[in-house]
Design a protein around this ligand. Structure first.
Ligand code: PRP
Length: 177
């Protein structure tokens, strides 16, 4: 299998994940417990690395969503809940963890969904952000890298379920799609 050219190497990712973990440790230093909610599937590798670098007490949860229709026809109403978290988050400090924010619809939907459950706080962390694609603004409290509008794969991100377990983040050229 051809491998896509590197956008961020394993070393660059590891160092940025360490920076994010330090920022999160500091932001929640006074909290009893932080609930990390990984958005499946893309966030599973980032969340695993991030969680293991945190020193504050934390619990890991997962949530799964999907989009109706094609990416091009997405609207704010097009996100659907596939799998909910296992515990209520009322009164808890919640951090949503994403691999990438593209249009913003997924994270905006999840903020509305979880915000309605009265958590003590609700913030967002994403490894990657593509501001050129924004359709719905969402506050990104912890951000790894801002990227241009290119197709990225690896470190959890896929193209038709391929490349998810590449150890680095690559830019997939049109001829490899
Ligand atoms: C990706 C990514 C985010 C979402 C961001 O998931 O993991 O959840 O898209 O896009 P948005 O900002 O335009 O809403 P995807 O739908 O590819 O599913 P996957 O994580 O299961 O691969």
């Amino acid at each position: 299998m051809n491998t896509p050219p590197t956008l961020f190497s394993e070393e660059e990712i590891a160092s940025q994940v360490t920076v994010l973990a330090t920022e999160i440790d500091e932001a929640y230093a006074d909290a009893d417990l932080l609930v990390l909610i990984g958005v499946l599937k893309g966030s599973f590798i980032f969340l695993a690395d991030l969680a293991r670098k945190l020193t504050i007490p934390h619990r890991v949860e997962f949530i799964a969503v999907s989009s109706y229709g094609t990416r091009e026809s997405e609207t704010a109403d097009s996100v659907r809940l596939l799998m909910d978290v296992r515990h209520p988050v009322v009164g808890e400090h919640v951090l949503l963890v994403e691999d990438i924010v593209d249009t913003g619809h997924t994270l905006a939907y999840l903020k509305r969904l979880l915000g309605a459950r009265n958590p003590a706080s609700l913030k967002t962390c994403t490894l990657l952000h593509k501001p050129d694609r924004t359709e719905e603004e969402v506050e990104l409290d912890f951000l790894g890298f801002t990227i241009p509008d290119v197709w990225v794969v690896g470190y959890g991100l896929d193209y038709a379920e391929r490349y998810r377990t590449l150890p680095y983040i690559g830019e997939l050229p049109p001829e490899m799609r």
